[in-house]
Design a protein around this ligand. Structure first.
Ligand code: ADP
Length: 599
């Protein structure tokens, strides 16, 4: 083989080919003698072998090239994926930031809208309490109604965006279902009465009294459905039925599944609209907005909340035949001890209703002015502190019956102020003084934070002065106890409407509202108390008698107040059920006398 050949080979054939060549030659030498190959034949064979080898090599190179290009492609693809991952990471971060910003934005917007709304609605409320001619009264009344509607829309929009962006999480709290029912009843009774519609709420016997879940959102769904039922019904009745259902699903065995059905005898909904009404901003009929107003968000919110809870919602309805909205929601079994503690902690329930020494903590001057004016009109004495530090200073100088405290204040905020008050060991003031938080925040998490910080109750802005009056009415001024001594019922008036009216600053409208509510409550309260006595259920007896007592006290039905107070005492002391029977018989008589007097 020549140099040239070698060189030629070395270019086209890798060196190891020569190893093969020598191997081949070696093999040739060791070949058996017979038949012997000639050099030519060997060379020919070698050529064939080399050719084969070159072919193989070309194929190998081709494969390597494909491999190389594949590897390149792979690397490129990998780079691309890496790039996309980076982009995705960035997008996720941006989305997270956007969500957080949206969250903050929502909280801020809600806060910023609620504060001025508080002033607008509050001032309207104050104007309403002044001497006005009929024309002015009607303007103010329109202003109040429109303001409340606007607030409702704002709340819906905020809620809807919260749910849409996944910012809404559910709470898991022990609660009494009877509390939810009670507040629904209180809220809808008056409107139903005014429209001449019967309102029935029925809780089946198989519904446990204490549950664990998000009762605030549950109430929101029920308020929406009952609100719609009243809105779209001109005559007849609306009802709410609550019952426990049992599903086959094995995961749900530990859960208590409740079914809530809101029925009405109103205008009804065409069947082709049954699914679309649950979409946002959709109303069954284009004339709905004109006639009834609304945004079409209520049912969308209901559906989302129900699904978030793990339930389903459906509607059965025919035009002109009324509607039935029903939804299911799973709950865990509740703990009565916790529910009772939460209920006590959350609500100031002692009856009183006298002028109070109020310490108001509020940094916003307009809001402060509004509150001071309102409270003074109600004959309370008010001191105004601009921040937490001032609250603490005032507390050391004077004694107060209650603190109304804006949660967000400069210097020391409401949380810290409450903490310092509750932990106070100086003995300079009552560290257990009732504190009512005032806040423009409506998120349940925030509310829970307020209550767990030691404040007793919450009033949200815009302030519902009716609710605030009711709350203040229940506060015990100084150390003096309830003026009405038990045992003197015969000397008491059936209905001391004069004193009751005075307490309400002569607001006849408000007094009438309380009276209507009271009359409506009588039969059910009597039934409940009778049942509690029959079952010797002292806890429920205490609770029901207490509730009835407060309602009676509010309208000046003094004899009923005294009797129910005595029954309540039996509930607290947990003995003497026979005595309760006697008291109950007298209570029935007093109720029918009071009802006549009220009518
Ligand atoms: P809004 O009541 O603000 O319009 P909703 O989402 O609560 O919004 O309801 C959507 C639509 O569904 C209503 O506009 C109405 O047309 C219809 N609707 C809801 N509830 C009832 C009801 N109880 N009776 C008749 N129509 C109803």
């Amino acid at each position: 083989m020549t140099e040239n050949n070698e060189e030629h080979h070395s270019h086209s054939i890798p060196l190891n080919v020569f190893e093969h060549e020598s191997q081949i030659l070696e093999m040739a030498e060791t070949l058996p003698a017979e038949p012997l190959l000639t050099i030519d034949e060997i060379q020919n064979r070698f050529k064939t072998l080399t050719k084969e080898y070159k072919k193989l090599l070309r194929q190998t190179q081709k494969i390597t090239r494909i491999g190389d290009s594949n590897q390149k492609k792979l690397l490129e693809a990998y780079d691309k994926i890496e790039n996309q991952n980076l982009k995705l990471d960035r997008a996720i971060r941006e989305a997270e930031n956007a969500n957080a910003a949206k969250n903050q934005f929502l909280a801020k917007v809600s806060h910023e809208i609620r504060n001025p709304m508080n002033v607008i609605l509050g001032m309207a409320e104050l104007l309403h309490l002044t001497h006005l001619n009929n024309e002015q009264k009607s303007y103010i009344s329109n202003l109040r109604v429109a303001g409340k509607k606007l607030l409702h829309v704002i709340n819906d929009i905020l809620d809807f965006s919260k749910i849409e962006s996944g910012l809404l999480t559910l709470e898991n709290i022990d609660f009494y279902i009877s509390d939810t029912v009670k507040s629904l009843k209180e809220s809808f009774e008056i409107t139903a009465n005014e429209k001449g519609i019967r309102l029935n709420i029925h809780t089946a016997g198989n519904v446990p009294s204490v549950l664990k879940g998000d009762h605030i959102r549950l109430s929101q769904i029920l308020f929406n459905l009952m609100g719609n039922a009243i809105k779209f019904t001109e005559k007849g009745n609306i009802s709410l039925d609550i019952r426990r259902i049992h599903k086959e699903n094995p995961d749900s065995t530990k859960k208590i599944i409740l079914q809530f059905t809101v029925r009405d005898s109103g205008i009804g909904i065409a069947s082709d609209k049954h699914s679309t009404i649950f979409e946002s901003f959709i109303q069954a009929d284009s004339s709905t907005t004109r006639r009834y107003g609304g945004t079409g968000l209520g049912l969308a919110i209901c559906k989302q909340l129900v699904e978030l809870m793990g339930g389903t919602i459906e509607v059965k309805s025919k035009p002109g035949k009324g509607s039935a909205f029903s939804f299911t929601a799973p709950f865990e079994p509740g703990n009565p001890h916790i529910a009772r503690r939460l209920r006590k902690q959350h609500h100031i329930t002692q009856y009183q209703g006298k002028p109070l020494n109020i310490l108001l903590g509020e940094d916003n001057p307009l809001n402060a002015e509004l509150m001071v004016r309102f409270l003074k009109k109600q004959k309370h004495r008010v001191m105004h502190a601009k921040h937490g530090k001032e609250i603490l200073e005032y507390l050391k100088k004077r004694s107060f019956d209650v603190i109304l405290m804006d949660v967000e204040m400069p210097e020391i905020d409401g949380f810290e102020t409450t903490r310092r008050i509750r932990l106070d060991k100086t003995g300079k003031f009552k560290s257990d003084i009732p504190i009512i938080a005032i806040t423009a925040h409506t998120l349940p998490v925030y509310k829970n934070r307020i209550l767990s910080s030691g404040m007793n109750d919450i009033i949200t802005k815009p302030i519902d002065f009716y609710r605030l009056s009711k709350l203040l009415f229940c506060i015990h001024p100084g150390c003096s106890r309830n003026k009405i001594e038990p045992g003197k019922s015969n000397e008491l008036q059936i209905l001391d409407s004069e004193t009751a009216l005075k307490r309400l600053q002569g607001d006849m409208g408000l007094y009438k509202k309380f009276c209507t509510m009271f009359i409506r409550e009588i039969p059910e309260m009597l039934k409940k108390i009778e049942m509690d006595i029959g079952n010797s259920n002292y806890d429920e007896l205490r609770k029901d008698a207490h509730y009835f007592k407060n309602s009676a006290a509010l309208i000046g039905a003094d004899r009923i107040t005294v009797l129910t107070e005595k029954i309540e005492k039996i509930g607290i002391e947990k003995h003497n059920i026979n005595n309760a029977i006697q008291l109950f018989n007298r209570l029935k008589i007093e109720c029918s006398t009071a009802r006549k007097a009220l009518k």
